[in-house]
Design a protein around this ligand. Sequence first.
Ligand code: ISL
Length: 527
Amino acid sequence: QNHHAWWRSAAIYQVYMRSFADGNGDGVGDLAGLRSRLPYLAGLGVDAIWIVPWYPSPLADGGYDVADFRAIDPIFGTLAEAEKLIEEAHASGIRVICDIVPNHCSDQHAWFQRALAAQPGSPERDLFWFRKGRGESGELPPTDLQSIFGGPAWTRVADGEWYLHLFAPEQPDFNWDHPAVREEFEDIVRFWLDRGIDGIRIDSAAVLIKDPLVSDDYEDNEGIHEIYQAWRRISDTYSPPRALIGEVWLPDHEAFARYLQEGELHTAFNFAFLGAPWEAERLRYEIDMTLAVHAPVAAPATWVLSNHDVTREVTRFGREATNFAFAEKRFHVPSDPQLGTRRARAAALLIMSLPGAVYLYQGEELGLEEVEDLDDELREDPMFHRSGGIDPGRDGCRVPLPWSGSAPPFGFSPADATRDPWLPQPAHWAGRTVAAQEGVPGSFLELYREALRIRRAESSLGDGPMRWLEAGPQVLAFARDDSFANVTNLGSSAVPLPPHREVLLTSVPLNEDGTLPSDASAWIRLT
Ligand code: ISL
């Protein structure tokens, strides 16, 4: 590992392009919109953007159903525009990460269409997982495996065979035992690196290898590491070096760390804070565990408060009892937006001062909450549809961003737009727009901007050591070097700050007596 590589300390901003900015007025975010907002991102102070899949796709899973891995969906623009974006982002000092989805493709992908047209047992079908069903006439799926989005993981085709899909039926799984699949993806990796991409986010990275007839266990199987070792050999031939970032969602820490060993991925998302309640002891445990997992493989830790798959943190932290990004989606629990906002601000200062890289999800910097009252007819997520509506799905964190103005589309689309935003924005977002927060002291946006500015200026922030400081039971306090410390108070009463020379930034104003209020965080210069 290169100890000064940019991804070890970066603040990486996730762009959910459909909902970021709409340049052509069709109600869907696009490359033109993103390009026009690069000055905003540069002003925010992020080091890189990660763009979720931008490939041609029927959007059965928001673009994670890819029909062609070497092109751009016309709804977003063209390949030439993507290349322009990369160039312009680089000129603004922003690196670009694209999202590769190796586990599956769209059912509209040419390979799957050819497999459907071919005979059972044909080489075309061997690129996927086609199998005969059980029962007298094969009317039962080959196994009882359930898909991650709910319902059977097998779907039957016209000639009676079944194919495997760990996610939606529109997302057939590739057969990674087949050399043609491996070669194809190595070529796709080269294709994007050749276009100047600085890093690749690898979707569902741990589930590629499986033998569904033998076992229901598709996570972290034998042979998975060779795939990424081969990708690493490819990325190592590029200069400057490119980052391989895994979405490695595994409960077993040692198994997780194996993806980060020498010669494999550079870094992976740490989702520990997505499932952790707002509770000091638990967060301290997650922090210690995260650092302990990364240390032996010399990989940078990463911190994530939200992404396009989970309930937004303002809503999560506004719930007294839990902060379970997934469970609470199924069992609606009321949320106090004031409390959630306060805690989300403190959480932001916490993660931005911990060792390693941070991933920020668009809208997080505006303090947006989950939109929970979307009409069922508007919900697109297969998680909602496949669960029969029991799970509201992930649309509520994917609502188009409010940029300016007092009414929808809040500058998301141009004034002469022909369509409304693809998901409706709440009217009260008038107070959350970029324009409403820009330059307003104490706004959510200005807190993020100032935190990112200090993060860049302070050499002890980002990757590097930390040490815990003595603090009360509901308080997390740690120093990054002899001069910088963070104190986060998760308790219900105010606490004194340790001796300090200067207060650099606080999530809410300190009390008059200089103490740190409850649910607040402070960055201080130690004496
Ligand atoms: O398995 C899970 C929960 O039980 C999830 O963690 C799942 O593996 C993970 O969310 C994968 O997510 C990624 O791939 C999906 C896509 O829908 C998501 O948006 C993406 O982030 C399928 O491509």
